[in-house]
Design a protein around this ligand. Structure first.
Ligand SMILES: NC(=O)c1ccc[n+]([C@@H]2O[C@H](COP(=O)([O-])OP(=O)(O)OC[C@H]3O[C@@H](n4cnc5c(N)ncnc54)[C@H](OP(=O)(O)O)[C@@H]3O)[C@@H](O)[C@H]2O)c1
Length: 291
């Protein structure tokens, strides 16, 4: 329980935000889920509806909360949305904020995603409040969109032999909740959050295949080809561009690989391994799931 009352959770219907509210609930800390429509964030979670992220609307929704979790959706005006949210936090008198950013190595001027998150990390740091920045590697949840193709025996990406320490978004939410609840120490510097092992997409295909009980082949395409495929699938251009840039960055041979122990330090347990994630989402990855 925080001394400071309920925790505001922005993006509470999202992959990480929903995990933050669930984890706070398990820790006995009340939260206010800030959502855009009347759709509840999670059963039993108190909600405040903010249809548009205006400074006034968000400040009203943050009122009475001295701590908050904030994120930005990946839309073209994400920086503007994030700055508006940060201004609203200050205006409402929120004192402690956990922000969802991206892996430190991605904070790079050459990457659209890096510029976006660098701008928002800096904006929050300049505000009159205490901020903790979580910088996760790619989410395991990104694999959900490839579940059908993996059932059919293939996984396509453009990351070459680049290894990532994929992380379960549930672990990120749990880390944020631990900081906000005070069960983990407040960090002085941004935390790169990773999963427990470095994997190529080839490794992911092999391991998922073993779990499914049949071979899954990894098909590596070029980043421009991935971009074109994503557009064909109907992914918005801004997002397709980000994914293609990230794949090109991941496959770079001069890139430093990063794996940290922040998740076990914050949670007192290891981060979820790939198979744990697959099992938790067995209804998607294998409608007739292995035990
Ligand atoms: N995916 C990865 O591998 C990865 C890795 C590192 C960092 N990240 C960062 O994680 C963040 C995304 O987190 P997530 O995956 O938990 O998010 P998500 O599941 O995509 O959810 C997005 C949330 O933002 C809300 N939202 C969407 N569009 C909005 C808009 N125009 N105005 C206001 N709210 C809007 C959604 O509300 P509704 O439900 O109402 O639509 C939802 O609550 C991004 O900043 C990304 O850079 C992602």
């Amino acid at each position: 329980m925080t001394e400071s009352g309920p925790v505001a959770v922005l993006g509470a219907t999202g992959q990480v935000g929903s995990a933050v509210t669930r984890a706070l609930d398990r820790l006995g800390v009340p939260s206010h889920a800030l959502i855009r429509s009347g759709r509840p964030a999670a059963p039993g979670v108190s909600t405040r509806v903010v249809p548009e992220w205006t400074e006034e609307g968000l400040a009203h929704a943050f009122a009475g909360c001295t701590s908050a979790f904030v994120m930005v959706p990946l839309v073209e005006h994400a920086v503007e949305l994030g700055r508006t949210a940060h201004a609203a936090l200050e205006r409402a008198g929120v004192r402690r904020v956990v922000r969802l950013s991206v892996l430190g190595g991605v904070i790079d001027d050459e990457l659209t995603l890096g510029r976006l998150h660098a701008a928002l990390d800096a904006d929050l740091a300049a505000r009159d409040l205490a901020s903790a920045v979580l910088r996760p590697d790619s989410f395991m949840q990104n694999l959900l969109g490839s579940a059908t193709s993996m059932q059919q025996g293939s996984l396509t990406n453009a990351t070459g032999d680049g290894r990532m320490a994929l992380i379960d978004a549930d672990d990120i939410g749990e880390c944020a909740a631990a900081l906000l609840a005070g069960t983990a120490p407040w960090p002085d510097t941004p935390l790169d959050l990773t999963g427990p092992e470095l994997l190529t997409h080839g490794d992911v295909a092999r391991r998922t295949g073993r779990w499914l009980g049949h071979a899954v082949r990894y098909e590596d395409v070029s980043p421009p080809a991935l971009h074109a495929m994503l557009l064909d699938f109907g992914v918005p251009g801004f997002l397709a561009g980000i994914f293609a840039e990230l794949a090109a960055w991941t496959r770079r041979v001069d890139r430093e690989e990063v794996m940290t122990d922040h998740v076990p330090r914050l949670l007192g347990r290891s981060g979820h391994r790939l198979e744990t994630f697959l099992q938790a989402h067995a209804s998607v990855f294998a409608p007739a799931a292995p035990d």
